[in-house]
Design a protein around this ligand. Structure first.
Ligand SMILES: [Zn+2]
Length: 113
């Protein structure tokens, strides 16, 4: 049987897990709407990743590193916007258009604060 203390810790971890996903998902939703890729974003996965903060497929599958939750909001926005602009443009290039779109969208986030 699980001791009380152990059970509390377990529940706390479950709660954190749920909150992490919820916070990240709502941020992704907000940005997808703003960037105009809501229709193309089909799946959002949040899981531990070893080498990357995030990745996106041309089919609209976004994967976020669960550790992002521990990063500052500004950095989370940078990662999410980066991936969603890839989806918007339909390629993985970091060309001039890509960079200027990322910059422009992130500037709208700065104004919110
Ligand atoms: Zn990229």
């Amino acid at each position: 049987m699980m001791g009380k203390k152990r059970k509390e810790i377990y529940e706390e971890e479950m709660m954190c897990d749920w909150m992490v996903r919820d916070v990240l998902r709502s941020e992704v939703r907000k940005w997808a709407r703003r960037i105009g890729v809501e229709e193309r974003l089909h799946e959002v996965h949040i899981r531990p990743m070893k080498r990357k903060w995030a990745s996106i497929s041309t089919r609209g599958r976004l994967t976020l590193n669960a550790e992002l939750y521990r990063q500052p909001a500004k950095f989370r926005a940078e990662v999410i916007v980066h991936e969603l602009v890839h989806l918007k443009l339909g390629h993985g290039s970091h060309n001039a258009l890509f960079r200027s779109l990322v910059r422009a969208y992130l500037a709208t986030a700065d104004k919110e604060r």
